[in-house]
Design a protein around this ligand. Structure first.
Ligand SMILES: NC(=O)c1ccc[n+]([C@@H]2O[C@H](COP(=O)([O-])OP(=O)(O)OC[C@H]3O[C@@H](n4cnc5c(N)ncnc54)[C@H](OP(=O)(O)O)[C@@H]3O)[C@@H](O)[C@H]2O)c1
Length: 236
């Protein structure tokens, strides 16, 4: 019988590629999407819509997932990436980020029926560990997702393995201009956009390796350990 995986934010970009990857591997894929899905229909694919910034929509999706039988893997990929300036740190801005990044995975997985040997992978960001004053709320909520994941690794020990992937520059957004791209890439050791496959391979590894739980895996081209002294003092 095919294994079942739930992937959030699977309508476009990396989530879509993750869904297509697991379909190609013979998995039953339950793909959540928010505004629209670019996934083509497939006999092993179920698509469910929900705005994960809305607690009522999260609760409704949670109920739908509970009726779908044992889950072998869950990837929380959905993400809200908005600068603070747009909202001036408003309550709604905080709630949106924390709902999408922390409340949603907590509510969606809290009453799931897990299959034996199940695994959860949560997609964080290198900015969970590196401050960024323009995206302080985004960073804080990704850090919260990361810390919550490690607590769940403890709580669900022996039942569900929980690991985190911290991507670096995987795929720039269309609005990122050339100057921004070059600046980010200059601050990594592998000075290139890493591509979705780098995270797909890492997710595969974390889901299939029974030894791994409570791990935070950096898939950042070495950005975390790039020489920070040079970044700060090279012009002095
Ligand atoms: N791309 C990178 O270089 C990079 C770097 C660091 C970390 N990451 C992380 O890697 C993951 C995938 O990256 P990505 O660039 O593919 O992400 P993305 O396009 O920014 O977002 C992923 C998905 O989240 C969904 N989403 C946004 N708001 C939502 C909401 N309110 N409710 C439910 N879903 C919502 C989006 O759907 P809609 O468009 O329909 O709203 C989108 O399909 C994300 O977790 C991201 O934070 C990526």
């Amino acid at each position: 019988m095919a294994k079942t995986i739930v992937i959030t934010g699977a309508g476009r970009r990396m989530g879509k590629q993750l869904a297509e990857h697991f379909l190609a591997q013979g998995w039953q894929v339950i793909a959540h999407y928010n505004t629209r899905s670019e996934l083509e229909s497939h006999p092993q694919l179920t698509q469910l819509q929900a705005d994960l910034s809305d607690p009522d929509a999260i609760a409704q999706l949670s109920q739908q997932l509970q009726s779908l039988g044992p889950i072998h893997a869950f990837i929380h990929n959905a993400s809200c990436f908005q600068p603070d300036a747009a909202a001036e740190d408003s309550v709604e801005h905080f709630q949106r980020h924390f709902n999408v990044h922390v409340l949603a995975p907590s509510e969606l997985t809290g009453s799931l029926t897990w299959a034996e040997g199940a695994a959860m992978v949560n997609i964080s960001d290198i900015y969970a560990d590196i401050p960024n004053q323009r995206f302080a709320v985004y960073c804080a909520s990704k850090a919260a997702l990361q810390n919550w994941s490690l607590s769940m690794a403890q709580r669900w020990a022996g039942k569900v393995r929980v690991n985190v992937i911290q991507p670096g520059p995987i795929q720039f957004l269309p609005e990122h201009d050339e100057a921004y791209r070059q600046k980010v890439l200059s601050q990594s050791l592998i000075k290139q956009e890493l591509g979705y496959q780098s995270v797909i391979d890492s997710a595969d590894f974390l889901i299939s390796n029974p030894s791994l739980t409570g791990t935070v895996m950096r898939v950042d081209g070495g950005r975390f350990v790039t020489n920070r002294y040079e970044q700060t003092f090279s012009n002095h």
